[in-house]
Design a protein around this ligand. Structure first.
Ligand code: NAD
Length: 299
């Protein structure tokens, strides 16, 4: 285990959650939700930003949720908020880099809800330095978080999909949150560009290998979206990742808006909408694709 980095152990501590499957019909009635769907989704980096918007969209469509985030406090607050609204959600705090997190998230989904249908790899962050001075350990940390960790997380899910192929009537989906930085250059963020290009490649390869398991595998490539990642103040805002303090920098929205024909920056809900389009049962023949969602900035 990495220093300064903690994951709740299922045998010693319960998962962060409240509502169980047995409470669901009552919870749905109390919340006034009309569940169009009955799918089980696992989402990483779910406590804020794009991940949180995806969670809200899935919840509104009747999904039951298994969530992960690095921040235990923010994940707990997110789960309490969802549960208070009658939404079935449970979760595990910890870094996506933890070796057995994929097994544990899947086990939680199967134990709690009996099934897992959708996996969204969303967790991520960037660090900044000129390529010639980019620290090797930081490069490894970011690339591992953006591409190797999602691969490790997906392997148990892939074995589960293989072993249950044809047994589920539910639409099965893997959706990886990549970036336009993975399709083009990422000056000042060399590891981020490499990591996002890597997850696009992973998406393509898994679509070829796992399509026969009855799952579609796609990526969403956001442009500039208003979240902590992009609105951070350089020299002020940081995130704690596995015992390290990572400085955030933010992006220049004015520069970006000059090339966005829709004339506005993206909101997390714009990405959640794209994820939902790919998750819908009607999207079952969209497979191995990378959907750019950037307001037309790269058109
Ligand atoms: N905001 C943008 O403009 C933009 C553009 C392209 C792609 N993205 C991608 O969207 C995803 C979400 O970013 P966001 O903008 O919502 O950022 P954010 O900082 O608002 O939220 C990221 C969430 O992921 C969690 N997280 C970070 N590292 C983690 C780890 N190792 N393990 C578990 N959880 C972790 C954080 O705690 C946080 O809750 C990222 O993969 C990011 O690269 C964002």
């Amino acid at each position: 285990m990495e220093p300064g980095f903690r994951i709740l152990q299922p045998d010693t501590q319960p998962p962060l959650r409240a509502l169980t499957a047995a409470c669901l019909p009552v919870a749905a009635l109390l919340s006034g939700r009309t569940a169009m769907e009955d799918r089980i989704a696992i989402v990483t980096g779910a406590a804020r930003g794009i991940g949180r918007a995806i969670v809200e969209k899935f919840a509104a469509e009747g999904f039951r949720l298994v969530l992960n985030d690095l921040s235990e406090d923010e994940l707990q607050a997110c789960l309490q908020d969802l549960n208070a609204r009658g939404i079935a959600a449970t979760g595990l705090a910890g870094s996506v880099r933890e070796a057995d997190l994929g097994e544990r998230l899947l086990a939680l989904a199967l134990g709690e809800y009996g099934r897992a249908d959708v996996f969204v790899n969303n967790a991520g962050f960037a660090t900044y330095a000129p390529a010639e001075d980019y620290p090797d350990d930081e490069f490894d940390l970011v690339v591992d978080t953006l591409v190797s960790a999602p691969f490790r997380l997906l392997k148990p899910f892939g074995r589960y999909l293989r072993d249950t192929a044809g047994a589920s009537a539910q639409a099965r989906r893997i959706i990886n949150i990549a970036s336009v930085a993975g399709l083009r250059s990422a000056p000042g963020q060399v590891s981020y560009g490499v990591g996002k290009a890597g997850i696009i490649s992973l998406t393509q390869t898994l679509s070829r290998e796992w399509g026969r398991f009855g799952v579609t595998v796609n990526a969403v490539c956001p442009g500039l979206i208003r979240t902590r990642l992009t609105e951070a103040k350089a020299g002020v805002d940081t995130i704690e990742v596995e015992g390290r303090t990572i400085p955030l920098r933010g992006m220049n929205f004015d520069d970006y808006l000059r090339v966005v024909s829709l004339g506005r920056a993206g909101e997390p809900e714009d990405i959640a909408g794209a994820v939902w389009l790919l998750a819908r049962p009607e999207a079952g023949y969209i497979h191995g694709q990378s959907l750019v969602v950037d307001g037309g900035g790269r058109a």
